[in-house]
Design a protein around this ligand. Structure first.
Ligand SMILES: Nc1ncnc2c1ncn2[C@@H]1O[C@H](COP(=O)(O)OP(=O)(O)O)[C@@H](O)[C@H]1O
Ligand SMILES: [Mg+2]
Length: 354
């Protein structure tokens, strides 16, 4: 994540101003904070600012994504492990709690933690004692501030029995809800400006501004992927737009169109590819975790994948690199993605979409 120097939260809308006040307020205490909000609204930035304005600023801020790793790896990531505790554990390794001692641990996507991990986390929160994977004794105590975040409704997960109620109350001492971008549209021009400048390091030549029609389209759009989506759109423009001043027609079609983002029912029926596309582009899931397994298990067909790729290419104007990002894959997965498409005869000629 980029956080240049003293950049705080960009935005002057009432919602963002209020958020900034909340951050300053909780930074002064050492209480646990639970940050909720849709994906891409800036939960991690909020956590970093709470740390930066607090008394722990000279100690580390250590983020951990609780969704990205299988349970056993997450356990070792958080608590550390001792040499020989599992294949590949060649030496003792400190966990994130230990590395963050004196500072803050940011537990991102806490709603995805398994119940067993939740139990281990709760035990740690109660005692402050670290039990490394493979260690026969409880280790040293550490002192960390915990900030957790989720885009799920934890209360609902508690009701469903998927999240421990006692852990929920322990984490939810102070609750900060970060509003979606569509509820603070006044911030859009400032954010656009910020991203145009910030990304300029990549390619300083163009574009340097948006004309009124383009800005209006951005303000009208619903931004299901919030600020992250806006950031991606601006970054893509810097790569794809051939003009200095971006016009409405240079924007991705979904954004430039006058239609509301929730398309009315009069349209054709949603297809499998539409649903997949929505999961990737709006719900920010990855091609590898959604499409790939479904295809390999023959739950979706080759033509579903081709249709999905077609939609991606349309949005990305024929740029497969951009499709890779759009489908939430790492940049480095570009080759792997193309190989997959080639192998399964799903690679469409990009020239048709230029
Ligand atoms: N108010 C803001 N000002 C500037 N950049 C922001 C702001 N909010 C979010 N961002 C940027 O948007 C992206 C998504 O933010 P992040 O904190 O990762 O969201 P979340 O954790 O809620 O999914 C990041 O690149 C972040 O730097
Ligand atoms: Mg995040």
């Amino acid at each position: 994540m980029r956080m240049q120097g003293s950049v705080g939260l960009i935005g002057l809308s009432p919602a963002t101003t209020e958020l900034r006040q909340e951050i300053e307020h909780v930074a002064g205490s050492d209480a646990k904070v639970l940050i909720t909000g849709e994906s891409g609204v800036g939960k991690e930035i909020v956590a970093r600012l709470i740390h930066a304005y607090g008394t722990r600023v000279h100690a580390p801020f250590v983020p951990v994504n609780c969704a990205g790793l299988p349970e056993t790896l997450l356990e070792s990531e958080l608590f550390g492990h001792v040499k020989g505790s599992f294949t590949g554990a060649y030496r003792d390794k400190p966990g994130k709690f230990e590395l963050a001692n004196g500072g803050t641990v940011f537990l991102d996507e806490i709603g995805e933690m398994t119940l067993r991990m939740q139990g281990m986390l709760l035990r740690f929160l109660e005692t402050g004692e670290l039990q490394k994977v493979g260690a026969d004794r409880v280790g040293s105590k550490v002192n960390v501030r915990i900030i957790a975040a989720t885009n799920r409704n934890l209360g609902e997960l508690v009701a469903l029995g998927q999240f421990r109620e006692d852990l929920f109350y322990r984490l939810n001492v102070i609750h900060i809800s970060v509003p979606p971008l569509r509820e603070r549209k006044e911030d859009i021009p400032l954010l656009v400006d910020h991203f145009l400048k910030g990304s300029a390091a990549v390619d300083r030549t163009r574009p340097i501004a948006l004309d009124e029609t383009a800005m209006k389209a951005l303000i009208q759009y619903r931004w299901p992927g919030n600020i992250r989506e806006l950031e991606n759109v601006i970054e893509r423009l810097l790569v794809t737009c051939r003009r200095d001043v971006v016009r409405r027609e240079d924007l991705p079609p979904g954004i430039a169109s006058d239609e509301p983002a929730y398309r009315p029912l009069r349209e054709r029926r949603r297809t499998v590819a539409d649903d997949l596309y929505k999961r990737l582009v709006e719900e920010r899931e990855s091609f590898w975790t959604v499409v790939y397994p479904l295809y390999m298990q023959r739950e979706i067909t080759r033509s579903n994948v081709r249709e999905l790729v077609r939609k991606g290419l349309e949005e990305a104007r024929g740029n497969y690199k951009v499709v890779t990002r759009l489908f939430n894959m790492d940049r480095r997965d570009y080759k792997r993605f193309l190989n997959f498409l080639r192998k399964h005869d799903c690679q469409l000629p990009f020239k048709d979409y230029r």
